[in-house]
Design a protein around this ligand. Structure first.
Ligand SMILES: [Zn+2]
Ligand SMILES: [Zn+2]
Ligand SMILES: [Zn+2]
Length: 203
């Protein structure tokens, strides 16, 4: 621990500043959907299931933590996922309710300019992305990889049956197949029960 310990404190995000929580601004944040850094090697639904109860872990937080002095860690983010089941923290044994994924990129990469992002909001509305730039679809509920599609409209994507059922109940059954429902993540607060919604108030 040559560099000592750095403490961070969570503060509620001003909805006006929601744009700062997008990937292009390299945020550290608590709750909401992950703002993925790179697009390669994202954890799939299987990797995100709790090793104990097999339910999808929820995104807890991400930390932007670049390592100076190294070419390959010019950008570096850590993503922490946690099971919401309290019982899973009491059970002994290998695997567990928490997991951490690391994503890192050199300064010159195919996702971001080499210079820091401008200190001003991007033009247009800041909707949660329904897919990665590569076209890979993200779950409408949690923002993780969504390889499963709604069987009716084939546009809404999900990480698994749990989030598909949740989205159906919270409104997709009414909007499925309608022109206004393009399949991306709906705006508005994240549903409780399966994902953390703490300070990411704009989501
Ligand atoms: Zn669990
Ligand atoms: Zn999901
Ligand atoms: Zn549908």
């Amino acid at each position: 621990m040559a560099g000592g310990v750095e403490l961070g404190f969570a503060a509620a995000a001003d909805p006006e500043d929601a744009w700062r929580l997008r990937s292009a601004y390299f945020p550290s944040k608590l709750g909401g959907r992950p703002a993925w850094l790179g697009e390669d090697g994202l954890p799939g639904p299987g990797a995100l299931r709790c090793a104990r109860c097999q339910q999808p872990r929820a995104f807890l937080l991400q930390l932007y933590a670049p390592l100076p002095g190294r070419h390959d860690t010019f950008h570096r983010s850590l993503f922490v996922f946690a099971c919401r089941g309290a019982a899973c923290y009491r059970l002994p044994g290998p695997g567990g309710p928490l997991c951490v994924f690391r994503s890192q990129l050199p300064r010159r990469n195919r996702f971001y300019p080499e210079e820091p992002p401008p200190e001003e909001p991007p033009p247009g509305p800041v909707a949660p992305p329904g897919r990665l730039r590569s076209g890979v679809r993200l779950c409408r509920v949690c923002g993780c990889l969504g390889p499963r599609a709604c069987g009716r409209c084939h546009r809404a994507a999900y990480c698994g049956t749990e989030h598909q059922a949740l989205d159906w109940l919270r409104g997709h059954r009414h909007t499925c197949g309608q022109a206004g429902d393009a399949g991306g993540s709906p705006a508005g607060p994240l549903p409780g029960g399966l994902v953390f919604k703490v300070f990411d108030s704009a989501m």
